[in-house]
Design a protein around this ligand. Structure first.
Ligand code: AMP
Length: 413
């Protein structure tokens, strides 16, 4: 077996998660995983652990900005204590119409990503920054971008089109969808028995749900940006567009420029809304559960809104798919919040979704539907890094084939 260490980088608005896989064998093996978390704070977290779960680094450094944060990761990987990556896979969250497919990262590709930064404003700046840094710090390791919207490329026009004047569609405004790598990983884990009519609910700090027919996405709740669809930790999800106009007019009085007004609006709908905005307490479902337990009515209302939104989208996908064979819960909330799964499914019993409360009393992978439930309900944790590594290996071999083809042609010339 020839060694092929692959570095996976997954950047969020305040964290960089990373993992090192050995991808030279039949199945990729995760050797290490780690994260730098709390970027922008005086006391962040920086840790790395091996495949047995032993923490090799566990520090609380000041992380004033993303450059300090990424340097920690790069210095660690250059230290000689870890395998130097032969290739790098990035999770790319970007709404650019031209970047929905997985591809080699080049400076031009990153420029294109930044041209569309308004389509994923919380994710694109740090994602683009990390990609540029990785090109510079690991010049001999080709980098590949794995789009979080790639899975949704199979959606028909009736799902992607937005009912707007044509000039906006021409600018690329359409429904594109996110969490695609998580959805791909669920399909991957269900193979070879992927049910014909499948609904997957990815319920994490960001939440979305997708309708999948014969393994291919036909609809998803998030739209042009990760702010659309289901209410989530700090995001509104879909709201009446008239509300945005009302807010804009209120904000316009105090903003000094259009850019500033857009930033204030952006913060209101993406960073301060959702479960956090409704509860005025927290975006973390664990905090909301404790608050509900203590009788907090705002927390109760926020979680009810969340469960109702998931159930409504699932019911709409039931109509779209002409029935459901399986419902899968994934993501931090989907895997761990027993009560939220029960609340969502209680509203869906008319569609043949019947939970077994004992089976549902579980955290992690399990079948949680009742024996006689017409629809199977499962909990499956996502394995996103593995999907990124698989894409990197495929793209590397395609690239090698292209190079070999070009070499053969040049020899004939
Ligand atoms: P993710 O974005 O997939 O990492 O999910 C993060 C969210 O999962 C957190 O904000 C929590 O609300 C939720 N979560 C994690 N663990 C639990 C738990 N034990 N019970 C309820 N919610 C949880």
């Amino acid at each position: 077996m020839s060694s092929l260490p692959v570095l996976v980088l997954n950047s969020g608005s305040s964290s960089i998660k990373f993992a090192i896989y050995e991808a030279g064998g039949a199945q990729p093996l995760r050797l290490y995983e780690g994260a730098v978390d709390g970027i922008g704070t005086e006391q962040g977290k920086f840790w790395i652990k091996d495949s047995s779960g032993n923490k090799l680094v566990d520090q609380s450094p000041a992380l004033p900005n993303r450059s300090v944060a990424f340097k920690l990761v790069a210095d660690l990987l250059h230290s000689g204590d870890f395998p130097r990556p032969s290739a790098i896979g990035h999770r790319m969250v970007c709404g650019a119409p031209t970047l929905q497919i997985n591809q080699r990262v080049t400076p031009e590709m990153i420029d294109e990503m930044e041209r569309y930064k308004d389509f994923a404003p919380l994710h694109t700046p740090i994602g683009a920054y990390i990609m540029r840094q990785a090109l510079e710090l690991f010049p001999n390791a080709p980098s590949f971008a794995c789009s979080d919207s790639y899975f949704h490329r199979t959606m028909p026009e009736v799902s992607t089109h937005m009912p707007l004047p044509a000039e906006y569609s021409a600018m690329g405004v359409r429904r594109i969808g996110f969490h695609g790598i998580s959805y791909e990983s669920i399909i991957h884990q269900l193979q070879p028995n992927v049910p014909a009519r499948l609904i997957v609910a990815h319920l994490g700090n960001g939440a979305s749900i997708s309708a999948v027919r014969e393994g291919k996405c036909v609809d998803t709740s998030m739209g042009l940006t990760p702010t659309g669809g289901i209410i989530s930790g700090t995001r509104t999800g879909d709201i009446d567009p008239g509300v945005l106009l009302f807010m804009l007019r209120k904000i316009a009085n105090r903003a000094k420029s259009v850019e500033e007004a857009a930033d204030i609006l952006e913060a209101a709908v993406s960073k301060k809304a959702g479960l956090l905005g409704m509860s005025e307490l927290s975006n973390d479902m664990r905090d909301l559960r404790s608050a509900i337990h203590a009788g907090n009515k705002k927390a109760r209302l926020a979680v009810d809104k969340f469960s109702r939104a998931v159930a409504s989208w699932a019911a709409s996908f039931f109509a779209e798919l002409g029935g459901i064979d399986m419902l899968v819960f994934t993501g931090g909330i989907g895997e761990n919040d027993i009560a939220v799964r029960a609340e969502i499914c209680a509203g869906l019993s008319a569609l043949g979704i019947v939970l077994d409360s004992e089976r549902n009393n579980v955290r992690g992978a399990a079948v949680i539907s009742a024996e006689n439930s017409p629809v199977t309900v499962r909990v499956i944790p996502p394995a996103e890094d593995l999907i990124i590594v698989n894409h990197v290996v495929r793209l590397l071999s395609e690239q090698e084939e292209e190079l070999a083809g070009a070499f053969a042609v040049s020899q004939q010339d």
